[in-house]
Design a protein around this ligand. Structure first.
Ligand code: GCU
Length: 607
């Protein structure tokens, strides 16, 4: 099988059939430990299950009474050594909590809690000298300080992205413990900032594991269909860790008869391009191939779909064919317990509901969802809009805030770069127009394109001009994206349902438009006249008239109405109607469909 020289990978292409197995020394800085690609496809020890926890609203386990960091804080997990010893905390006798999972819906006294909770997990481990060990977190909301055996291994900020620490030097054979200081307080200079329309679920909200890799290991890889032709599979590999003699990575796709040896350069990385004719992935035919990467004794298994996505004028083209995105927006809430969703079962239920609605597309709002959602979307054939929580009024003129947003963007793209289902990265949601905001988000767009030039860029916008017969899409941010997302609540926040169908939308830009939000609230089971707010009939009427409205938007190529399921929000207190639930779901928090569900389902049947 021959490698082809592919211009877009100009930097260095590799001749697939290794001419010589020269034993190039591989130098690789091992001070920087990048996020492990595909941790779940590696040799891992799960730390999921029961942890003990201590609530610490005054951060007493971290600071002394002079507000100086403790040398012997709760992270030491101390045990009393004599009956007279003064010890004012004890993880052994503390209450238990499940990891993964938010604390708000596990413990009634933590339902509205915002602050620090200490988590501790005792475990035994058998350590091998020929392995490196990474402590991997799917996500912790919002700030985490992580300790192993009483020693700090690192910190992470950001509630919805994966991170890991090299803990090889901290682990030992026999008894170990991991302690995590989790703080979900909202702060003005965070991403998101203090005002969001979703519950601030705190905790170790996704899975935790210890991943073992060889001393020199395949840290990262990217593999996809060449954007230039669908008979070339291309990508890159990055090796990290100690020096090694092994300078070759093997990629195997048995079903395609591919077994490729990739020679690494002296920095431990390489790009590759392989002639192959994969069946293309699509919602109608979500073909995934078993791909194996092997290096230095480690075999990493992944399931990869090959497809192309691009825009062509006002069209979105999947595998060269224009497509209409029949979507729905989804928050990461467990479909029936309504806490943070984290499991494969949660993902399957939420995405099966979307499929039942007739969707080929989901907007995973407003932050990167757990990896099960993306892998399930790959398997089920759902195109995905994935988003970072640059939401509403983050501090656009603050460079430290920009760096936080950029870090979360990089972590989102890094984890999910190989998911066929993701076709667009969303930079923001409903951000007020200003020069600072335009600069901030344009910089994010440029960074996203550097990290991944194979997907589309979008953002959901809600500021437009009104014209004599409707609305003009003229947000300058629309000029910077590939696909324009529009949030509009005609009949709910503005105007009245019967007037929406006559609303005319125009755009200054010749680009595809996705109506990324529309909708209305309804309490499931409340019935009345269609002009009576909160009834299912009111919501049904808003959908009927909005769907007539969107059919008049000539550049419309998709929609993702707000939202699949009612979800918890501290902004929705109306008692006996909302009770801290946002009621715009087409399905109640008990999984019961409302009348508007059938309106959207029947509409998608016509598409
Ligand atoms: C906004 C926002 C959502 C919010 C919704 C609503 O458009 O993007 O996060 O939940 O409107 O008001 O219900």
């Amino acid at each position: 099988m021959k490698c082809v020289i592919v211009g877009c990978l100009a930097f260095f292409c590799l001749i697939a059939n290794a001419i010589s197995a020269e034993t190039a020394e591989i130098t690789q800085s091992d001070s920087v430990t990048p996020l492990l690609q595909n941790a779940s496809g590696r040799n891992a020890t799960s730390l999921n299950g029961q942890w003990t926890y201590i609530i610490d609203p005054y951060e007493n386990g971290y600071y002394n009474h002079r507000y100086e960091p403790h040398a012997n804080g709760y992270f030491k997990n101390a045990k009393m050594s004599s009956p007279s010893e003064l010890l004012e905390y004890n993880f052994e006798t503390a209450d238990k909590i499940s990891v993964p999972g938010d604390w708000n819906t596990q413990k009634d006294h933590l339902y509205l809690y915002e602050g620090t909770v200490w988590y501790n997990k005792d475990f035994t481990f058998s350590k091998r000298s020929d392995q490196r060990y990474f402590l991997y977190f799917g996500a912790v909301n919002y700030k985490a300080i992580v300790y192993v055996n009483g020693e700090k291994v690192g910190e992470h900020e950001g509630g919805f992205t994966s991170f890991n620490f090299d803990v090889t030097a901290f682990l030992k054979s026999g008894d170990n413990f991991v302690t995590v200081k989790v703080d979900n307080r909202r702060e003005r200079d965070q991403v998101p900032t203090v005002n969001t329309d979703w519950w601030n679920y705190g905790g170790i909200t996704r899975s935790v594991s210890i991943v073992s890799v060889p001393q020199a290991y395949l840290a990262d890889y990217q593999i996809q269909l060449s954007p230039n032709n669908n008979q070339t599979i291309e990508g890159k590999v990055v090796v990290a860790g100690a020096l090694t003699q092994s300078s070759e990575v093997t990629v195997t796709i048995a079903e395609l008869g591919v077994k490729e040896t990739i020679k690494l350069n002296n920095q431990g990385n390489a790009t590759f391009a392989i002639n192959a004719r994969p069946r293309l992935w699509s919602p109608e035919s979500p073909v995934l191939y078993d791909v194996e990467f092997s290096y230095n004794g480690e075999i990493i298994r992944d399931r990869i779909g090959f497809r192309s996505i691009k825009t062509n004028g006002e069209n979105i083209e999947l595998n060269g064919k224009s497509i209409f995105l029949k979507g729905i927006s989804i928050h990461e809430e467990s479909p029936l317990t309504s806490g943070r969703a984290w499991s494969e079962e949660d993902a399957r239920t939420l995405l099966q509901w979307a499929k039942e609605l007739g969707c080929n597309f989901v907007r995973l709002a407003h932050y990167p969802h757990n990896e099960h959602m993306l892998r399930m979307a790959d398997e089920m054939g759902l195109l995905v809009w994935s988003e970072i929580p640059v939401y509403w009024t983050v501090l656009f003129n603050n460079n430290a805030v920009y760096k936080k947003a950029e870090q979360q963007l990089a972590e989102m793209i890094h984890r999910d770069i190989n998911r066929a289902s993701i076709v667009m990265w969303s930079m923001a949601n409903e951000t007020p127009s200003s020069d600072a905001r335009l600069t901030f988000i344009t910089n994010l767009i440029n960074h996203a394109r550097e990290l991944d030039n194979t997907r589309l860029i979008t953002a959901a916008m809600d500021t437009h001009s009104t014209t004599k017969n409707g609305i003009l899409i003229d947000d300058p941010l629309a000029n910077a994206v590939d696909v324009i997302g529009i949030n509009s609540y005609c009949g709910w926040y503005v105007s009245e349902a019967s007037k929406c169908s006559d609303l005319r939308w125009e755009s200054k830009y010749q680009k595809p438009i996705i109506m990324s939000e529309l909708g209305a609230g309804a309490l499931q089971g409340l019935h009345g006249d269609s002009n009576e707010r909160w009834t299912e009939e009111f919501q049904e009427s808003v959908y009927i008239h909005n769907l007539a409205m969107v059919d008049n938007i000539s550049a419309l190529r998709g929609l993702s109405p707000w939202i699949l399921k009612d979800f918890r929000s501290p902004r929705r207190p109306l008692n006996n109607i909302q009770d801290f639930w946002n009621r715009k779901g087409l399905v109640s928090e008990k999984g019961i469909k409302k009348k508007a569900w059938y309106v959207l389902r029947d509409y998608y049947k016509t598409k």
